[in-house]
Design a protein around this ligand. Structure first.
Ligand code: AMP
Length: 279
């Protein structure tokens, strides 16, 4: 397995793979790899393509007060996982390599990005779209694999690919969870043992919404209120938002139908976690 740190080298490696007639599947990550990322790598491999994993904590998607500096980084452990999973290339650029100091071109999706996460974190999706567009130009994937864990990101990236005509197939992968339902996330490392115990309220709240919907409740407001009530039950938890939205446009809903998505963001102590479930 090759670990490439320069854009030029990565572009050359990608061109060589393409000339040999092989497709490329890209798994974009910010590192601190866990079983959720591994599921993405395995999905990429199952496509029969050469697998590239990018590992890059993208400064453009963090606001100044957010956790960019303390975001967990461990390139050695990450590359060991990639090697074990049969990844062909790890692309791990430095900040200097990725962004010129006077970089002045940004990619923005202007509709789906505005709600939910984008409303609370206005930097997020401009940063995500910019770095994903750059990674597509650098790694030249035919397929890009994204987790449903970051559901809004998946929707925004799909929209960008459609609108900008990137010749890339987006392949979604279901959320990988701990036995108690907590979605795996690099940010779970921030949780104290007490926080960790309470972090199960995210999945509990989503499951309450799912159960009520299955029992016939289709009023979005009432389902959202029950999610709030479930979250409030945990003393360290504070709800940021709990919403049911259209699975493609993320538009808010009054009446819920099968296939709509419940999304929530919750502070557990100081750690902000997100999760979602397709109803
Ligand atoms: P991140 O490193 O957090 O930026 O995530 C990189 C990719 O892994 C994104 O497409 C995420 O949606 C995906 N991912 C993160 N956690 C999970 C999980 N628990 N299950 C499935 N995919 C995940």
């Amino acid at each position: 397995m090759e670990v490439i740190r320069s854009i030029r080298q990565m572009q050359e490696a990608a061109s060589t793979v393409k000339r040999a007639g092989r497709r490329i599947a890209l798994v974009p990550t910010m590192g601190a790899l866990h079983e959720g990322h591994v599921a993405l790598m395995r999905a990429a491999r199952s496509k029969g393509a050469a697998v590239a994993v990018s590992i890059y904590v993208n400064p453009a998607q963090f606001a100044p007060q957010e956790d960019f500096k303390r975001y967990p980084r461990d390139l050695d452990a990450d590359t060991a996982i990639c090697k074990r999973e049969g990844v062909d290339v790890v692309f791990a650029p430095t900040d200097e390599e990725m962004y010129a100091t006077n970089a002045s071109t940004w990619v923005e999706e202007s509709l789906l990005s505005r709600r939910l996460e984008g409303e609370r974190r206005p930097h997020l999706f401009g940063g995500v779209c910019t770095v994903v567009a750059k990674l597509f130009n650098i790694c030249q994937p035919d397929i890009a694999v994204f987790g449903q864990k970051d559901y809004q990101q998946l929707c925004v990236v799909r929209r960008m690919v459609r609108d900008m005509n990137f010749p890339v197939e987006i392949h979604p992968v279901p959320t990988v969870r701990e036995a108690d339902g907590l979605a795996l996330s690099s940010r779970n490392q921030y949780l104290t043992p007490m926080d960790r115990a309470q972090a199960t309220v995210l999945f509990k709240a989503l499951s309450v919404a799912q159960d009520l919907f299955n029992a016939g409740e289709i009023n979005a407001h009432r389902l959202e209120a029950q999610m709030l009530r479930t979250v409030e039950f945990a003393p360290s938890a504070r709800l940021d938002y709990a919403e049911i939205a259209d699975a493609e446009t993320l538009a808010p809903l009054h009446e819920v139908k099968r296939g709509d998505v419940a999304l929530l963001a919750v502070y557990i102590g100081k750690t902000r976690l997100i999760d979602n479930l397709i109803l």
